[in-house]
Design a protein around this ligand. Structure first.
Ligand code: IPM
Ligand code: MN
Length: 357
C-alpha cells in the first residue's frame, strides 16, 4: 500500500490532478498496486479554508506519505496578500524547503507527434530529450531579503547564496543521472559576473575531475544557455543549474515540446518526493476543461519510477501518452489543424483507455 498525499491547490490544479489520480488507479488495477490517497489543502484553497497557505496538517500529511502529487498554487485572488501569505512564497517554497527537496528534475522530451506543434522548426527540435536538474532549496529564492526606505524611494535586496555542499549534491546527481543517459552534463551559471556562480563552477569542475571524469562536461553562461537551448536543443543531455536559472530555462525549454502543459517534474532529495507539473495554476483557463493534464499524468509516471521503482508501469503511462498523441487527440494548448480537440477529463479518460488496452 502506497500512501499518496494529493494536493490539487488552485486554478487548473483541481482539474488536472484528478486525471493523474485516474491514471494511477488504472495502473493499480492492471498491476495490482494499491494506492491510498489523502487530500490536503495548499495555496489559495488553504488560505480560503484555514487562513494559512500551508497548514500544519498538510505539512504533516506530506511528511507521513510515501509520495506527494501536487497540482499548482496561486491566482489573482491571493496576489495582493502580504508576501508571506501568498501561495507561492507562503506554501510552495516552504514545502520544498521543509521536505529538503533540493533537486527538481524536469524532463523535456519531444513526442514525435508534436514536432510541428512548437513555434520552433521541426528540424531544430527533432530528437529533443533534455533532463534539467534544477537546484530547488537554495540560491536567490531562499537568500536574505530586505526592503528599506531611502531619501528618494526604497532599496530592495534579494541575496543569492550557494554553499559548496549545496552545489556538490546537485552536481553529483547530475553526473550520476548522465551516466544512465548520453553521458553529457551542461552546467549553467553566470560565473563571469556572480561570485556564487564562480563557486558553482569551481565545485562542478572539481567534482568532475575527481569523481566523474568519464562524463562529458561543458559550462555555459546562462545567457548563452538560453540561446543554445533553441539553437541546438537536441545536443543537450543533462542540464544542471541554480534555482532561478532552472526556473527560467525550463519554461523556455517547454516550448520545444509544444507546450508547458507537457512538462512534468519530480522534486527529490528528502525522505518523500514531490511530483508536480512544471506549469502554474493558469487562472486564465481555469474551470473550463481546457487544461492539458499530460504534465501531471507524466509527473505521476515519474512518481512510479522514482518513489516506487515501478519502471514498467511508468513506461506504460509514457507509452499511453505517446499513443494518445499519435491518435491525434489534443487539448487546446497543443491543438493543430486536423487533430481532435478534447477537454481535460476526456484526455484523462483516453489515456486510461489506452493503458487498459
Ligand atoms: C515553478 C514555479 C514556482 C517557482 C513558483 C510558482 C514559485 O514557477 O515551480 O517553476 O518559481 O519555483
Ligand atoms: Mn517556474
Amino acid at each position: 500500500m502506497h500512501k499518496i498525499a494529493v494536493l490539487p491547490g488552485d486554478g487548473i490544479g483541481v482539474e488536472i490532478v484528478p486525471e493523474a489520480v485516474k491514471v494511477l488507479n488504472k495502473i493499480g488495477e492492471i498491476y495490482g498496486y494499491e494506492f491510498e490517497y489523502t487530500e490536503g489543502l495548499i495555496g489559495g484553497a488553504a488560505i480560503d479554508a484555514t487562513g494559512k497557505p500551508l497548514p500544519e496538517e498538510t505539512l504533516s500529511l506530506c511528511k507521513s506519505s510515501d509520495a506527494i502529487l501536487l497540482g499548482a498554487v496561486g491566482g489573482p485572488k491571493w496576489d495582493s496578500l502580504p508576501v508571506a501569505m501568498r501561495p507561492e512564497v507562503g506554501a510552495l517554497l516552504p514545502l520544498r524547503k521543509e521536505l529538503k527537496l533540493y533537486a527538481n528534475v524536469r524532463p523535456c522530451v519531444l513526442f514525435d507527434a508534436l514536432a510541428d506543434a512548437s513555434t520552433l522548426k521541426r528540424e531544430v527540435i527533432e530528437g529533443v530529450d533534455i533532463l534539467t536538474i534544477r537546484e530547488l532549496t537554495g540560491g536567490i529564492y531562499f537568500g536574505g531579503k530586505s526592503r528599506e526606505k531611502t531619501e528618494t524611494g526604497e532599496t530592495a535586496t534579494d541575496m543569492m547564496t550557494y554553499t559548496t555542499e549545496e552545489v556538490e549534491r546537485i552536481a553529483r546527481l547530475a553526473f550520476q543521472v548522465a551516466r544512465t543517459r548520453k553521458g553529457r552534463v551542461t552546467s549553467v551559471d553566470k560565473a563571469n559576473v556572480l561570485e556564487s556562480s564562480r563557486l558553482w563552477r569551481e565545485t562542478v569542475i572539481r567534482l568532475h575531475e575527481t569523481e566523474y571524469s568519464d562524463v562529458a562536461l561543458e559550462h555555459l553562461y546562462v545567457d548563452n544557455a538560453a540561446m543554445q537551448l533553441i539553437l541546438r536543443p537536441s545536443s543537450l543531455d543533462v542540464v544542471v543549474t541554480t534555482n532561478m536559472f532552472g526556473d527560467i530555462l525550463t519554461d523556455q525549454a517547454s516550448v520545444l515540446t509544444g507546450s508547458i502543459g507537457m512538462l512534468p517534474s519530480a522534486s527529490l532529495g528528502g525522505e518523500v518526493a514531490l511530483y508536480e507539473p512544471a506549469h502554474g495554476s493558469a487562472p486564465d483557463i481555469a474551470g473550463q476543461g481546457k487544461a492539458n493534464p499530460l504534465a501531471t499524468i507524466l509527473s505521476a509516471a515519474m512518481m512510479l519510477k522514482y518513489s516506487f521503482e515501478y519502471e514498467e508501469a511508468a513506461k506504460k503511462i509514457e507509452d499511453a501518452v505517446e499513443e494518445y498523441l499519435n491518435r491525434g487527440y489534443r487539448t487546446p494548448d497543443i491543438m493543430q489543424e486536423g487533430m481532435q480537440l478534447v477537454d481535460t477529463q476526456t484526455a484523462g479518460d483516453l489515456i486510461c483507455e489506452i493503458i487498459g488496452g
